[in-house]
Design a protein. Sequence first.
Length: 276
Amino acid sequence: MQKLKMLVTGGAGFIGTNIIKRLLKDGHEVESLDNYTTGLKQNELKDCTYWIGDIQNIYDLATNFDVVFHMAAIGRIQPSFDNPEDYINTNFNGTYEVVKFCTENNIPLIYAGSSSKHSGRYKNPYTFSKDIGEDIIKLYQTHFGLKASIARFYNVYGPYQLLEGDYTTLIGRWLTNIEKGIRCEIYGDGEQRRDFTHVNDIVEALVLIMQKNAYGHEFELGRGQNISLNEIVEMLNINVIYKEGKPGEARNTLCESTLAKEVLGWDPKINLNEYL
């Protein structure tokens, strides 16, 4: 396999760390750009070069990358109602700088989109900020020669996920609460369904995009199986507290990943019950 030089934005975060781990394993040279808002120093891996900085300052870096994996973003729906400006600034303005950087230097771009767009562009500030990030990519693909693909993730969980705080995953938060003896909370009736997808499967798809030069696509990356929160409660055999539902959340998510399977040969392997 040819050794390539990669840049992973958000490389000290959840998905970014897993990508870097895989790219290093495959023998590539990897650099990370992260402002450590949600990224963690403890996630840093040997043999990767870590730059501390905002993605809007991407021009401070060298330009000789073979691929950019743009994973940096402020995530989660509920915090986006409290500080929408931060979401727009990072997820749109930051993405705009990454897009210009890749276009001007002829670097292929793989962008972490969000499946939340299917619940409505204006359902919450987070979804809007990610969706307009997609818009700028499509604009630069159409008119300025950007080589890129969009990968939309469905309810990702797994190693290096945040376990506490506003930006944790549901699975991460619940497992932490169980370990601490704290009752888990469900906002709503628990019948909302989610297509939980292991991060290793997500990383495999992203690597396949790079390996197969599969640019110009919008890939939906999820298992294609959803499960209710109440079913997870039964799997974990725990008692939970039900609270009033929160705004901006989709009732159900379910991925249709036919394109990823046809173009990439992608086949997600890991079931949630195996992880729990």
